[in-house]
Write a protein that binds this ligand. Structure first.
Ligand code: SAM
Length: 270
């Protein structure tokens, strides 16, 4: 199962790697500067970025810490991350192949582990959190950014059953566009997972992220029938899902919608 999922990830992201290097959402998204601020890195720290993609988050942390390993399972992404480090002369940023659920690092190696816009691809969030806990030093810090599914806070009128259906419908929408999408849970699931594994949440923020439809589908090279289905969901899909995604065309311009990003910082206390 893990092998299959990772093979899909590699084939999706292998060809898309150069697009991620220039993607506005990834290179300049609001969450990038904010998660660095919330994680409050210190100069002596050794850091691991899991699923670094084209290396944007690793490059943002690198000038502020002693070392950072930018890791990923897709070789083409590691090449992009290496190019970014070289272009900014970040000599303390290195790259390494690593699967999120089986990190090839010794126990208690890092002061900070970070992971941005990637965990929804991982075959098991639980195994990922176990690995983060293992490779972090005592009182080490975890900084997470990821898209999250709808919850009661955003849709106060929805019943528990509605929310369950919406979580499934939102994940199906993402998986239609990107077959390597695994599961993006609602925010509370992340908090529960981390607290159960002995982390204490020190910062939590969430905001809507504006997505331009055209580059979003072209990064994943969606076929025209898939594009039509995605457009149809945005224009005629379940009303609560449309409320969550809030599709719009300002002044008849290009189609946009909103995804929700969760930012969490948690300290290892056990
Ligand atoms: C959207 S990109 C990451 C974006 C990047 N972190 C940033 O902030 O710009 C998602 C990345 O997750 C990686 N990935 C997916 N599943 C993975 C896994 N199980 N272990 C490690 N990396 C994985 C993919 O290869 C891809 O590079």
């Amino acid at each position: 199962m893990t092998k299959d999922t990772n093979a899909i990830v590699r084939s999706q992201f292998g060809v898309a790697a150069p697009d991620y290097a220039t993607s506005e959402v990834h290179a300049k998204g609001e969450s990038l500067a904010r998660i660095v601020e919330l994680a409050a890195p210190e100069k002596p720290w050794h850091v691991l970025d899991v699923a670094t993609g084209a290396g944007h988050m690793a490059a943002a942390f690198a000038p502020l810490v002693t070392s950072i390993v930018a890791s990923d399972i897709t070789d083409e992404m590691l090449i992009e991350a290496g190019k970014l480090a070289a272009s900014r002369n970040l000599i303390n940023m290195t790259t390494a192949p690593a699967e999120a659920a089986a990190l090839p690092f010794a126990d208690e190696t890092f002061d900070l582990v970070c992971c941005r816009l990637a965990a929804h691809h991982f075959p098991s969030l639980e195994r990922f959190v176990n690995e983060v806990q293992r490779v972090l030093k005592k009182r080490g810090r975890f900084a997470l950014v990821d898209n999250v599914a709808p919850d009661r806070e955003l849709l106060p009128d929805a019943s528990d059953e509605d929310i369950e259906d919406l979580v499934a419908a939102y994940n199906a929408f993402e998986k239609l566009r990107d077959p390597s999408h695994g599961f993006a849970p609602p925010p509370e699931t992340w908090v529960d997972l981390l607290e159960r594994r002995g982390f204490s949440i020190v910062a939590r923020e969430q905001f809507g992220k504006e997505i331009a439809f055209a580059p979003w589908i072209s990064r994943m090279r969606c076929a025209s029938d898939v594009v039509a289905k995605l457009e149809n969901i945005l224009s005629e899909g379940p009303p609560q899902l449309r409320k969550f995604l809030s599709p719009r065309r300002d002044n008849d311009g290009p189609l946009h919608f909103t995804l929700q990003e969760l930012l969490l910082v948690a300290d290892k206390v056990a």
